[in-house]
Ligand binder design. Sequence first.
Ligand code: NAG
Ligand code: NAG
Ligand code: NAG
Length: 474
Amino acid sequence: MHSMKALGITLIVVIGVGVIAGAITWAVIATREPASPPELIDLDWWQHCVLYQIYPRSFKDSDGNGIGDLKGITSQLEHFVEAGVDAMWMSPIFESPMVDFGYDISNFYEIHHEYGTMEDFDNLLRRAHELGIKVLLDFVPNHASNASEYFIKSEAMEPGYEDFFVWADALPDPNNASNRLPPSNWVSQFANSAWEWSDVRQQYYLHQFAIEQPDFNFRNPAVKDEMIKIMKFWLDKGVDGFRVDALPYMMEADPADHGGRYPDDPLSGLAEFEPHQLGYTIPLYTKDLIELYDVVYEWREFIDQYQKDKGGETRVIFSEGYANVSMTMLYYGNEDGDIGAHFPFNFDFIRELSDESTARDFAYTVLRWLTYMPAGAVPNWQTGNHDNNRAPSRFRINMVDGLNSLNLLLPGVAVTYQGEEIGGNPNERPEQNLFRNLIFPNKIRTRNRPETSLPSDKEDERRALSFRVAGLCL
Ligand SMILES: *[C@@H]1O[C@H](CO)[C@@H](O)[C@H](O)[C@H]1NC(C)=O
Ligand SMILES: *[C@@H]1O[C@H](CO)[C@@H](O)[C@H](O)[C@H]1NC(C)=O
Ligand SMILES: *[C@@H]1O[C@H](CO)[C@@H](O)[C@H](O)[C@H]1NC(C)=O
């Protein structure tokens, strides 16, 4: 009885103390400042968009002539809204003899006639903007077509155009006085000498790509001014930015630094290459030159200034260049605080991974980009483009959904090539890739495994290639 009473009192005291302690704890917690939520950063459109590459020649034909066109693209823009695409970039739509499917531009200010008119372009741009889709153009600064006014005037030594391209005298042949030799041993990306003799000017000109694609001389300020003029022309029309082509090849060694002549690239010593093949030399003087980045940083300054002057949504530069990871990262900017492209395209899923890759390889490839990328920069991912075999043929068909999901889940921008949203046909090679192999059979391709042999009749094949992805959006 006595002990029961004691137990009861003890119990009441314990409960009482518990309630008081609980109340105090609750009061303390309740009156404390709530922990501040993680800071949400307002992302600009280009920092988290889905970017869709269109190859105009094969995307959608509006008039049934077998060649895709701008009206065709305009007619399918709703597809992008449904597919969650925020921005599109189009491979070149400018006037061109089509030696390299539009990457040989003869007039940077005109629309190629097979693709439509300037009015068709204006309509495309207006409709895309109505639907909230950004439009980027392919800017090809490394070279022009040899049918361009620039080249014709330069070859004729018209005042102001003499140094628009990289011209050099022939070297004497020590073994044959009536023969001439090119200024250096440089090899074109499409095989054979990167120098072509001009009978008109009695000099060689440089072409890092096809003979019909003479390289602009970026050591000439007039060339740099013209490039800014071209960008401004399209920005004034309302485009949201540019994908910039082939940047690693924009500049070459300056003869002034090499005793007045173009220096030979060192030999690779690899026995499988002949002198006319890429890979016979190491492109020390022809690729990834540090000076070219300054040009890119100037473009960024220009486009940012344009933004300040005109307002509106951010205009962007996305750079293209197959280079090693450190040279690629320099396109973002350098340690001196120069800023370049909003991002350089990331080709690691195309170059580093295949159907044989393991999960570790994927993780390693993703982390490598994020590790090398400057702090605060925006990453991007893509599994295909017009220059490479389609993703399902490089990977496996049953990996396609996983690849698309991974692309969308990773931080930053998801880049996708037309047709990848529906998987893409593994037997279809993007026509740029196919066509280049037809006209430049000596080109050594290291990026892709060899695939089916190709028919030799170029015209038939070219026609058959046109508009392969026809009906994609239907
Ligand atoms: C361009 O170069 C090709 C190949 O050398 C030549 O056949 C063609 O006539 C040139 N075109 C012009 C306009 O110079
Ligand atoms: C010297 O070069 C000329 C011009 O290329 C050529 O026609 C001739 O056959 C060459 N002579 C010899 C001995 O190789
Ligand atoms: C990339 O190439 C440059 C020179 O071309 C070289 O200095 C650099 O070490 C290379 N970086 C990597 C990560 O291989």
